[in-house]
Design a protein around this ligand. Structure first.
Ligand code: GTP
Length: 510
């Protein structure tokens, strides 16, 4: 049975992306900004689920040989409401996994909002009163973490009890919590530093059977933008992602900017969403929101397959070290208003186009990219054409490098489009675990090395002004660097045919 997801959004980026994400979820479940539900649109040709024909379990083991999953297309029974929902009559979605529902039928996001600077959270609470204001934690000083991971981490450490209380209160409202999701940027001070501390706490306190994923925004490499110490913040955060998350969805701001340009989204997003301080982020944030919402589509609008985050992550993450996931978004989504006449096969081709990926792949090198797992989400208001899907799978299998030890299965999630979405066209995203992530990490390490070799700005990470303290901080950085390097080596090693052969194990067994 799928369980609830609690979302924690930290820092400016985390809360701005979070705002777009909850707008998208509210739209898909027909909720107004104050959390009032609309009547379920019964006149839409929506397919109800035949529970009597539902597969007993989901996940890779139940896939067809081709990797395609079947959709819930029976004339099945309408699912009655849970007892908590008393006014919206019958509906076929699972909003309660992401929202709590009051006796007065008000929907409240299962979300905790954290920032050291109040403006984004204030705007969020103002524009979307569906949020519970008691779930917002804002620093009394209100001055932000000054783009410094240590400030954020220290603040997180000093206020950890207050944050844990907020998390505990949300956990208590769940019947079957299965998932924590952190939305943040790795490069500032709050999302990275407080976010790191929260990841550690989630790991220590709620370990058993809860999946923790992160939606992590990586900074632009544009030299004119942002802050010089971003590589420091990034590797300090990366260490916590490596050690404490079960899967990280990587969004690189440069890649998002490229997609925006390709889709001409900048024009569409020139009008700010009312939250993002720089209007230029609103298009990028909508892209991230659309992708993250699509990942949970089969959980919120359940069919036969991948109806839990556990089954999705089990398919995507082959080993605990190899968990950095790239996504791509099909250009023919509601975000772009042109070229809507695509079928399932076209969608597969678009999703495999490197230009639409959330991490930039070096084109000269793309033949060197190996895919450890690959899953396409096709979200449609109608039945999908299985022949076109099969054609798409075969084409992608032909074009994709898989390490010889990995399954060549292309997962397909046949998602159901929310009946409240007005632009009822086929939409798609792709999730992949591929070795091109190495390029992003190596770039961060190169930028880090340039700063670290001169000990530039190291003093801003020190707790006191002494040579010993500078050495201590340099040692902490060196340790983080090594951890990131280990993951790089793991992604490089996994291309090898012998990857799964464990030398140590052989030695012990002999
Ligand atoms: P402090 O400002 O130090 O308190 O930390 P913070 O976590 O609030 O910082 P922020 O989230 O602004 O992180 C800075 C990084 O995030 C930079 O790389 C920005 O380009 C990026 N960023 C900031 N806001 C957004 C946003 O709304 N969307 C996206 N995609 N990136 C953002």
């Amino acid at each position: 049975m799928p369980g609830e997801t609690i979302t924690i959004q930290a820092g400016q980026c985390g809360n701005q992306v979070g705002f777009s994400y909850w707008q998208q979820l509210a739209q898909e479940h027909g909720l107004s900004p104050d959390g009032t539900p609309s009547a379920w649109p019964h006149d839409t040709k929506y397919e109800f689920i035949d529970y009597s024909r539902r597969a007993p379990t989901d996940g890779p083991a139940n896939q067809e040989a081709s990797g395609s999953s079947s959709s819930g297309n029976g004339n099945g029974a309408i699912r009655p409401l849970s007892s908590r929902r008393n006014q919206t009559s019958y509906r076929d979605d699972n909003p309660e996994l992401f929202f709590t529902i009051s006796d007065a039928d008000r929907y409240t996001p299962r979300a905790i909002l954290i920032d050291l600077e109040p403006s984004v959270i204030s705007k969020t609470l103002h524009c979307m009163p569906m949020f519970n204001p008691r779930n917002a934690h804002v620093s009394e000083q209100g001055s932000g973490a000054a783009n410094n991971w240590s400030n954020g981490y220290r603040y997180g450490q000093e206020h950890i009890e207050e944050m844990v209380n907020l998390i505990d209160r949300e956990v208590d409202k769940c019947d079957n919590l299965s998932h924590f999701q952190l939305i943040h940027s790795v490069a500032g001070g709050t999302g990275s530093g407080v976010g790191s501390r929260i990841l550690e706490v989630l790991q220590d306190r709620y370990t058993s059977k809860k999946i923790t994923t992160t939606v992590s925004v990586f900074p632009s490499n544009d030299k004119t933008s942002d802050v010089v110490v971003q590589p420091y913040n990034s590797i300090l955060t990366l260490k916590r992602l490596i050690e404490n998350s079960d899967g990280t969805f990587v969004f690189h701001n440069d890649a998002l900017n490229n997609i925006e340009n390709l889709l001409h989204l900048n024009h569409a997003s020139a009008q700010s969403d009312g939250i993002s301080g720089r209007t230029s982020f609103s298009g990028a944030n909508k892209l991230i929101a659309s992708v993250v919402a699509s990942i949970s589509n089969p959980i919120r609008f359940p069919g036969y397959m991948y109806t839990s985050i556990e089954s999705i992550m089990a398919t995507m993450v082959p080993t605990p070290e190899l968990k950095f996931l790239t996504t791509s978004i099909a250009p023919f989504s509601t975000l772009a208003t042109h070229h809507k006449y695509v079928n399932e096969y076209d969608m597969f081709l678009e999703l495999s186009d490197d230009r639409y990926k959330s991490v930039i792949l070096n084109n000269n090198n793309s033949t060197e990219t190996y895919y450890l797992s690959l899953m396409n989400f096709l979200i449609s208001p109608k039945h999908l054409d299985r022949r076109e899907i099969r054609k798409g799978i075969l084409k992608i299998q032909e074009r994709t490098n898989f390490p010889s030890w990995a399954s060549r299965t292309i997962g397909v999630v046949q998602g159901k489009q929310a009946p409240f979405v007005t632009d009822r066209v086929l939409q798609g995203i792709q999730l992949s675990n591929n070795t091109a992530i190495v390029e992003l990490f190596e770039k961060i390490l190169r930028q880090f090395d340039m700063l670290a070799k001169r000990k530039a700005y190291l003093n801003t990470y020190c707790e006191e002004n002494s040579v010993e303290e500078v050495d201590r901080v340099a040692g902490v950085f060196a340790e983080c660097r090594e951890t990131v390097q280990t993951v790089i080596e793991e992604y490089k090693a996994c291309k090898s045919i012998n990857y799964l052969e464990d030398d140590d194990l052989d030695v012990n067994m002999n």
